[in-house]
Design a binder for this molecule. Structure first.
Ligand SMILES: Nc1ncnc2c1ncn2[C@@H]1O[C@H](COP(=O)(O)OP(=O)(O)OP(=O)(O)O)[C@@H](O)[C@H]1O
Length: 256
């Protein structure tokens, strides 16, 4: 499914948090959204999971206006892992993951055997199967993050929107998650702070600065020392990973 952000603008109190953003995420493509704190990444993603309605512009799924769709139809297409997401009620991990099926079920319908199987697979993929019967209230930050990602997968969306999904994850689970995103075969828009992780996992990277898209393209073309200095104010050199061939940045320490 193709996701298009068409001339997206979000204005609050006369200030454009996102300004005339145009971005296309192709079928099965993983596009990374990077930029400094406050550059508009979460605001952009909030428009895609419908927490915000753009002031101007549209979000299109295969040409259809996402904000004009009935809520359940949109929820069957787009799953999100957000910054706001909390799991504060005393449900078990399995119950929380099974909630991902809600857009596909009629009210009060029981979870089917096939859906239970789907949940079990997602728990296994995210390495949280051993927690299935624990209360989500007892989980560590990284465990909770993995449970919420499992729930998003169980939703069987066509489009995945992730806001800093590697937050709280240790390095093994960060890499496992990004590998999973690569293999998921979903149209994926992911906000990431770590430029090296973004370079490793994304087909293309879109760079936001003060609400404006300033660069978009393959990591090797976008993540140049000039761009990193101009947008992030950091001096960096670019190296090529000797085994994977991925572009990676090495940063100068300020005053170092
Ligand atoms: N509801 C709001 N009212 C006013 N300003 C807002 C609102 N929501 C976000 N902002 C501002 O919009 C700007 C962009 O915020 P946003 O959360 O999209 O940035 P971000 O790129 O995701 O940042 P970070 O890397 O810090 O998570 C920030 O300056 C933020 O303070």
């Amino acid at each position: 499914m193709e996701l298009v952000l068409d001339d997206l603008t979000v204005t609050v109190d006369g200030r454009d948090l996102v300004a005339a953003l145009g971005l296309r995420v192709g079928h099965d493509e993983v596009v990374g959204l990077v930029g400094p704190n406050g550059s508009g990444k979460s605001t952009t993603l909030r428009c895609v999971y419908r927490a915000l309605t753009p002031t101007v512009g549209r979000v299109l799924l295969d040409g259809e206006d996402l904000h004009g769709m009935p809520r359940r139809r949109a929820a069957r297409r787009v799953a999100a892992l957000t910054q706001e997401q909390r799991a504060e009620l005393d449900f078990t991990v399995f119950e929380v993951v099974a909630m991902g099926r809600a857009p596909h079920r009629r009210d009060h319908q029981q979870v089917t055997g096939a859906e239970r199987e789907l949940c079990q697979q997602a728990l296994d993929r995210l390495d949280v199967a051993h927690l299935a019967h624990r209360s989500v209230l007892t989980l560590s930050g990284g465990e909770r993050q993995r449970v919420l990602i499992a729930r998003a997968l169980v939703q069987q969306p066509r489009v995945l929107v992730l806001d800093e999904p590697t937050n709280h994850l240790d390095i093994r689970h960060q890499l496992a998650l990004l590998g999973l995103l690569r293999r998921a075969g979903l149209t994926t828009l992911v906000a990431l702070h770590d430029l090296n992780l973004a370079a490793s996992v994304c087909d293309r990277i879109a760079v936001l600065d003060q609400g404006r898209l300033v660069a978009v393209g393959p990591p090797t073309q976008v993540l140049t020392p000039d761009l990193v200095r101009a947008v992030f104010g950091v001096a960096a050199v670019v190296v090529t990973h000797p085994r994977t061939g991925a572009t990676q940045l090495l940063y100068d320490m300020p005053g170092g």
